[in-house]
Design a protein around this ligand. Structure first.
Ligand code: CAA
Length: 709
């Protein structure tokens, strides 16, 4: 077996180094070797104290997430028993935390009697982000160390605890100033402990009932009930936060051994939940997303130090902010001085709002603003390494900009178009360097939304793609690569989802009924509320650009066209699918009357529509399109689609994205339901309810997951 542990002795100290790259995930093999090493040190009379540390830059990122849901997760020694055993050793055990200690990694550190961390180390219990709770004693030991209220705060948010705070709270005994001094600090602490014959575990006051680390303040009665009541609506549909509260409540009410047993039960329930399965799927999807055939560590990367953005509108400004936020200088180009001034003023206003909300200091704002330079002259962007065009969404206008960029920009510059639907190949074709052209679909607000669709044109060079993906990560985005097609991944799937929702209005549903079904599924927003927010005029223009493709369906989004004709553009005009009074949204009988009128003209029989039918028709068409995209090779893998819809369209992350959700419903069921609606919806069904060929092939071959065949 490969050695995952380095064991060495220095005088009276045993140093046990975790050496399971890249992050010392505590899988079965590492657990086994760690236990062996600790027993060896315990049995060696010459060893008086033990130091646990990470051999690389990381202490441990916790349990091995890939083991969850499989027998390996609880294969002996399981993590909870291993950690309980460590707490029983009668020699001082010191955790030397370098880099990070997350989840089971921090639980491992908490099972040690003493903890030292390098300044700036990241510690936390992020299990909730995986639909779990700390399952190796974290929910019992953290409240005992730092108090129940502080533990609840960190475990229920999953947010990291900085070293300074951790020391104040009592989680750390010592902070080493640098990574280099960590082991020396741990050794000095160990020798001091030996010198004063300190016990294996220090006698610390137990703090489970302290809301704050102030001795003597008891938790108010009803604390947990109040906490639950205050957070219920935020937890909608999710059970992990409830389990976290139950476990910490147990820490307050039960002796340690019973509390640990209760935590174990809750953890098992969480591990088996579809919510955790979905969130684990998303964790690995995020790590897979940048991996593309043909791109590897050998692919060269072009240096990107100077960035330029063309167009200082809302989108261009938001894009520029991304780079400034990441500490990169960016030049913003406009054609007219007044437009440039407006754009720069908007950027300042956005930053000021962040300062008002306490998300940024004034100093940080000024630093970021100083990185954004406006210009009216293409000559000032001639030496940019990356240029992102963010002008009006019209092919001819974008092509004109690219002709200019081709003339003005240096050889080797990456030329990117921020487009949501246009043909990147047609844009690249007007330049003499199509290999340097790539699409970048930022989502609005561009400085906030994490999703970035990276559109690979037919000619886009591998190093351009690799560089773009790297830059995207540098500015904190989740880059998902798409091939060229109308709407790329996200908007192409939005089209049939939205089409079905519109059709349901003609058949008898109301906007509120459709939206309620979708928000009950967990969508951040219903489809009609979303169109009202994005602008009914915007989607109208998209339809206008492709009327010929839609002409065969006379009812296609007819209600949306009618609202557009009435000047009801959504929130911006206070009227769209709903009425708006300030922030309040109200149903509008006029919209229902309009739907009835259009249905009458088209000969559509109105009826009572069930919530199940709304769910099925919207979700089926969404997922079917995703499968089709995979079959066409527009996207690499089904989990990329999940990331697009979670991060760009508000699909609930705890359902794992639309494709993961569909797999849960069952591919055979999907195919059967598509067939069902094709039958019952007559001519309309025959027109749109065509299963993707890949779905048929997957079902025929007995597959349960969506993958290329
Ligand atoms: N288990 C298994 N694999 C893990 C892992 C874990 N806990 N943490 C990271 N990895 C893997 C990643 O999948 C990735 O693998 P590939 O290179 O094959 O894609 C590799 O380690 C590097 O990870 P990242 O690409 O994410 O690297 P990063 O430097 O950007 O981030 C990190 C590192 C901050 C540790 C991040 O990976 C992370 O947040 N990991 C998860 C931490 C976590 O949630 N821990 C709790 C686990 S649950 C638990 O511990 C339950 C319990 O109570 C017992």
């Amino acid at each position: 077996m490969n050695s995952l542990i380095n064991y060495r002795c220095e005088g009276p100290l045993a140093l046990i180094g975790l050496a399971s790259a890249p992050v010392n995930a505590l899988g079965q093999a590492l657990r086994e070797q760690l236990l062996e090493a600790c027993e060896r040190a315990a049995a060696d009379a010459s060893v008086k104290a033990i130091i646990l540390h990470g051999e690389g830059s990381v202490f441990s990122a916790g349990a091995d997430i890939s083991e969850f849901g499989s027998p390996a997760s609880f294969a002996k020694p399981d993590l909870p028993s291993l950690l309980t055993r460590l707490t029983e050793l009668d020699k001082p055990l010191i955790a030397a935390i370098g880099g990070l200690a997350l989840g089971g990694g921090l639980e491992l550190a908490m099972a040690c009697g003493y903890r030292v961390a390098e300044a700036g180390a990241r510690m936390g219990l992020p299990e909730i982000k995986l639909g779990l709770l700390p399952g190796a004693g974290g929910t019992q030991r953290l409240p005992r160390l730092i108090g129940a209220a502080a533990a609840l705060k960190y475990i229920s948010s999953g947010e990291p605890i900085g070293t300074h705070r951790a020391q104040v709270l009592g989680l750390l005994d010592w902070v080493a100033p640098t990574a280099d001094s960590l082991l020396e600090t741990a050794k000095a602490l160990a020798l001091a402990l030996i010198h004063r014959q300190a016990p294996g575990r220090p006698c610390r006051p137990c703090r489970p009932n302290w809301p704050h680390p102030t001795p003597g303040t008891a938790l108010l009665p009803g604390y947990f009930a109040d906490y639950r009541a205050a957070n219920q609506s935020r937890w909608k549909g999710q059970s992990a936060p409830q389990r976290v509260v139950a476990a910490i409540e147990a820490a307050c009410n039960l002796p340690l051994a019973e509390g640990l047993a209760r935590e174990g039960e809750l953890f098992k329930e969480a591990e088996a939940s579809t919510e955790s399965e979905a969130l684990r799927h998303v964790f690995f999807a995020e790590r897979e997303v940048g991996k593309l055939p043909g791109l590897d560590t050998g692919t060269s990367i072009r240096p990107v130090n100077r960035v330029a953005v063309i167009g200082a509108g809302t989108m261009g400004g938001g894009i520029a902010m991304n780079f400034a936020n990441a500490g990169m200088a960016v030049t913003l180009l406009e054609l007219r001085a007044d437009a440039l001034e407006r754009g720069l003023a908007l950027i300042r206003k956005n930053y000021e709002t962040s300062v008002e909300r306490g998300k940024l200091t004034s100093e940080q704002m000024e630093q970021r603003l100083a990185l954004i330079h406006g210009t009216l002259d293409y000559a000032n962007i001639a030496d940019a390494d990356l240029v992102i065009e963010a002008v009006f969404e019209e092919l001819a206008i974008k092509q004109q900009v690219f002709r200019t960029l081709d003339e003005e920009c240096k050889v080797g510059a990456i030329l990117a178009s921020n487009t949501s639907t246009l043909d990147v190949d047609a844009i690249a074709a007007v330049t003499r360097r199509p290999q340097d052209v790539v699409g970048l679909h930022f989502f609005s607000p561009a400085n906030v939304m994490r999703l970035l669709e990276v559109v690979r044109g037919a000619a886009t060079a591998a190093d351009v793609l690799a560089t773009t993906l790297k830059v995207a990560k540098r500015i904190g985005k989740i880059p998902v690569v798409s091939g060229v097609c109308f709407g790329f991944i996200g908007n192409r799937m939005l089209e049939p989802y939205s089409r079905e929702a519109h059709r349901l209005l003609l058949e008898g549903a109301t906007p509120a009924q459709v939206d309620n079904v979708l928000t009950s599924l967990g969508m951040a927003m219903g489809v009609f509320a979303m169109h009202d927010l994005a602008g009914i005029d915007v989607s109208f223009l998209v339809r206008e650009s492709r009327r010929e493709v839609l002409a065969h369906d006379p009812g296609y989004c007819k209600l949306a066209d009618a609202l557009y004709a009435l000047g009801r553009f959504g929130q911006k005009t206070n009227r769209g699918y709903y009425l708006y009074e300030g922030r309040e949204r109200k149903d509008d009988p006029e919209v229902v009357a309009l739907a009835e009128k259009i249905a009458g003209e088209l000969g559509i029989q109105r009826r009572v529509i069930s919530d199940q039918e709304i769910h099925d028709r919207c979700v089926l068409m969404l997922v079917n399109e995703g499968i089709q995209l995979l079959d066409e090779g527009i996207c690499q893998r089904s989990s990329d689609i999940d990331l697009v819809w979670i991060n760009g369209y508000g699909f609930p992350v705890w359902r794992g994205g639309p494709m993961h959700y569909a797999e849960g419903l069952g591919l055979e069921h999907l195919l059967e339901r598509i067939g069902h609606y094709r039958e019952v919806l007559g001519g309309y069904g025959a027109m749109w309810f065509q299963p993707a060929h890949l779905l048929e092939r997957l079902v025929a071959s007995g597959k349960t997951g969506v993958e290329r065949l």
